[in-house]
Design a protein around this ligand. Sequence first.
Ligand SMILES: [Cu+2]
Length: 483
Amino acid sequence: MNKSRRTFLLKSALAGASAAALPARAQEHHHPPEPSPKKGAGPQKREAAGAPGHAAHLPLVEMPDLEKLPWTLEDGVKVFHISADVVRREFLPGRVVDCWGFNGSMPGPLIEINQGDRVRFVVENNLPEVFSMHWHGIELPFEMDGVPGLVQDPILPGGRFVYEFTVHQHGTFFYHSHMPMQEMMGMIGMMVIHPGEIYEPRADRDFGLIFQEWAILPNNTVPNTLSMEFNWLTINGKAGPDTTPMLVKQGERVRIRMVNLGMDHHPIHLHGNTFYVTGTEGGRVPQAAWTPQNTVLVGVAQGRDIEFEAKYAGDWMLHCHLPHHMMNQMASMVGPLVHGGAGIQAGKTMEAGMGMIREGHALSENNGPSLGRGLGVGSTYQETLTQLPVTPGSASLVQQSPHARHHVPPPGGKLVPGYPQDMFMVMDEMISKPETHGLRASWTAGMMGMMTLVRVLTPEKYDEIQEIKRNWKEQKPATHIHK
Ligand SMILES: [Cu+2]
């Protein structure tokens, strides 16, 4: 970006994003969403091209690592088919979880509609138990509210129920099973209703993120829905660093819609930028009520839309700031086994790997404080902590990091009680994808749990990654329906 344009954008941002700035941004705008490879691409595209009352350059919503729900138009009604499915989702390479979701996806695909739409949802139940669907925050006829028992008979396994209503609201909503344990198995999806009149100032990018938390015991693939000890935290069904970064061009106005369905509230923090909360789960916030923030609490069952001008190039982290939500596997490095010299025999046989649990109990003095330690993803790579893969550029970092070499005393020669505290694992190559192109070597070591990136790119870098994306062949789908 040349200097004069940057100055112009800065000025316009200071002026409260005046209307004069809009044409300049519009010129630079590219529709972010790629057409879905599924059959729904047609209708989505047609709508993007200009449904009545909706401007053609309205940015559609992108949900990293998720797809959109296709629809067909029947007598003026947008008809969607939703199936409640048992789904297998890979949170991180090698960490496959058997969860529940919709249309073979966990979380479910994005429903994107317009204010005033008449919508019909044909919902089928492929689960082994009863279920019904709730439309969170939608003002609709009572009969369509989806509470089993109170409003309707639950949908039996193999059965179906048809929901139909007209949406007069606009904003960020979601759909979810109204059975609590099913919610904790993953049964949620986002529903965005675009307004009849486009929000000002106009956004060039519109992203959607769903926050979830999981308790998965060692050697299990099924979430423990009763537990309050969460060891996996996901954004759109992926744990950091495998969350796909959001790509924007420097100078664009960015909106990020966030919803939370779990047991904890998440203080979501964005690095290096100041944003405004422009929407809640109830709709758009009047501009006079916007306050500058860099952290926003997204409570359970709440939605928060944030917007900011992407003025500063960089790879800016967006993450929950609860320390326990910035980890994978809740792996603690503290304890006698860690300091014993040999460490936990990670990646060995079950007996060797679980020796800590066979002797005494999981929290006993002998075994250290962490149940999850040495198991699963953390353990698979724990051995490599002593011999971290050294990539060009990361070598000095790795050598300087005491965390990377926990079998040797820290500088000074003394073992410090309770040291080391943190994991430090590099897995750049393992989760490499076009959206991570050009990130600093060893970037993955700082990304765990409920974390992702907003990459504010120069136009040249942005185009370079788009080119890589076009040539990229998916190695394997992230989700599939469990047979
Ligand atoms: Cu959190």
